[in-house]
Each structure stands twice: as structure tokens, then as C-alpha cells.
Design a protein. Structure first.
Length: 129
């Protein structure tokens, strides 16, 4: 059997919280950063046991393909693989996974031609460092 993947986040996990217009305390920014120029709509974190769920929504002046490529570029070096995911007719979605960790990205185009993205990340925490 292959060795387990090292945890991307560590305990203790943050308390459940959300923030509008900024990155909430405890958001796993070391794993999930945003493309340069992103206007953050909201971010949130929720933890249960050793599991952390992170959500975010942002708007950026890039194409949907550029935004999807950005998330692939930052997550693939961490061991994530990527696949297309089901989405509404006017959206694009990708699922990136790595062991028990996953990130779902949903992309749509705003009326001004910018890209709105929604992220849902699920991570298993390792013990405190």
C-alpha cells in the first residue's frame, strides 16, 4: 500500500466562522489562495473533529479557463488530481482531489465579463505540529 499523504492542514482547527469581503480567520490560505486581483465576496470555515470545510466566493477579471487553470496550478504540486464535474448549463466546474482532501470549483461569467468562482474545500487535519 502507498504511504498516506501528509496532511495539508494541522490541528487545532478554527472555530466555525464566516466573513464578507475578506478572508476569515482560520481559512486554509496555505492551501487555497486566490488569483491576483480577486474581489472576495465571502469566505467561511467549519470544523468537525479532524475535518475542516472551507468555502469561498470571489470575482476576478480573468476568463473561466484562466481561473480553473489557476486552481489546478496551485493544487497539483500539492498532489491533487483534477477532473471535470457536473455543472449547470451556464457554469463550468472542476473537482480536485488528493486522498481524503478535495476542492470543488464552480465558475460562471458575470454580466460584466468577469469570472465568479465558488470554492468548497474539505480537508483532514493532521496532528498539531
Amino acid at each position: 500500500m502507498p504511504a498516506p499523504l501528509p496532511a495539508l492542514i494541522r490541528a487545532p482547527l478554527p472555530a466555525t466562522a464566516s466573513a464578507q469581503g475578506k478572508t476569515v480567520d482560520g481559512f486554509p490560505s496555505q492551501v487555497l489562495s486566490f488569483p491576483e486581483g480577486t474581489v472576495i465576496v465571502f469566505t467561511g470555515v467549519s470544523s468537525d473533529g479532524d475535518r475542516l470545510q472551507a468555502t469561498a466566493e470571489g470575482i476576478v477579471g480573468l476568463s473561466r479557463d484562466e481561473v480553473a487553470g489557476y486552481f489546478q496550478q496551485i493544487l497539483q504540486p500539492k498532489g491533487f488530481t483534477s477532473e471535470d464535474a457536473a455543472s449547470a448549463a451556464d457554469q463550468q466546474a472542476r473537482r480536485l482531489s488528493r486522498g481524503t482532501d478535495s476542492v470543488s470549483v464552480t465558475l460562471s461569467t458575470t454580466g460584466t465579463g468577469n469570472t465568479r468562482f465558488s470554492l468548497l474545500g474539505n480537508f483532514t487535519a493532521g496532528p498539531a505540529a
